[in-house]
Design a protein around this ligand. Structure first.
Ligand code: GTP
Ligand code: MG
Length: 174
């Protein structure tokens, strides 16, 4: 939910969804702590972190981030985390077409069962691995456009577009 704590301070529940290994936890770690962990461990259940972003117009947005576990055995838990979320960030790995298919599955699921006014973002992560790319920017962009989503490619490794992702989401809040 987006909640006004006062006129200029928003608190926003955000959930990350996507296949295991696409880099959800690394995106969050980069955003919240400015770090990258090349030996990041798979998430068990989900983890919670928060981070505040200040916008140009002096609004602040506190993101309460639920970083879900992508492994199939945790799929049934996802609704616990996306229910009531104001924002869902669906992540895939640009070197892994199967993860792009999984992202499309999550988009459908969110459209069916998420909040009607949920802000959806589609993120192609690992953009630093250009030589291994198997999902084109166009495919990502088209899928996002068709579904009324914000689209961006990121790298948690190099930090490319990580802050931009959260700033753009903050600007799109209702
Ligand atoms: P689950 O918790 O199982 O759902 O996976 P996850 O999506 O949280 O993946 P995680 O963030 O743990 O990252 C998985 C692996 O990808 C790790 O070895 C990371 O180091 C690597 N990785 C994550 N982001 C990037 C990136 O932007 N570029 C590159 N080259 N590797 C990345
Ligand atoms: Mg994880």
């Amino acid at each position: 939910n987006v909640e006004a704590t006062d006129s200029k301070n928003l608190r926003v529940k955000l959930v990350l969804l996507g296949d295991s290994g696409v880099g959800k936890s690394c995106i969050v770690l980069r955003f919240v702590r400015g770090q990258f962990d090349p030996s990041s461990k798979v998430t068990v259940g989900a983890s919670f972190l928060s981070q505040t972003v200040a916008l140009q117009d002096s609004t602040t947005v506190k993101f309460e981030i639920w970083d879900t576990a992508g492994q199939e055995r945790y799929a049934a838990l996802a609704p616990l985390y996306y229910r009531g979320a104001a924002v869902a960030v669906v992540v895939y790995d640009i070197t892994n077409p199967q993860s792009f298919n999984k992202a499309q599955y999550w988009v459908k699921e969110l459209q069916k069962h998420g909040s009607p006014d949920i802000v959806l973002a589609l993120v192609g992560n690992k953009a630093d691995l250009q030589e291994k790319r198997e999902v084109s920017i166009e495919d990502g962009m088209n899928h996002a456009e068709k579904n009324g989503m914000f689209f961006i490619e990121t790298s948690a490794k190099t930090a490319d577009n990580i802050n931009q992702l959260f700033e753009e989401i903050a600007k799109r809040l209702p």
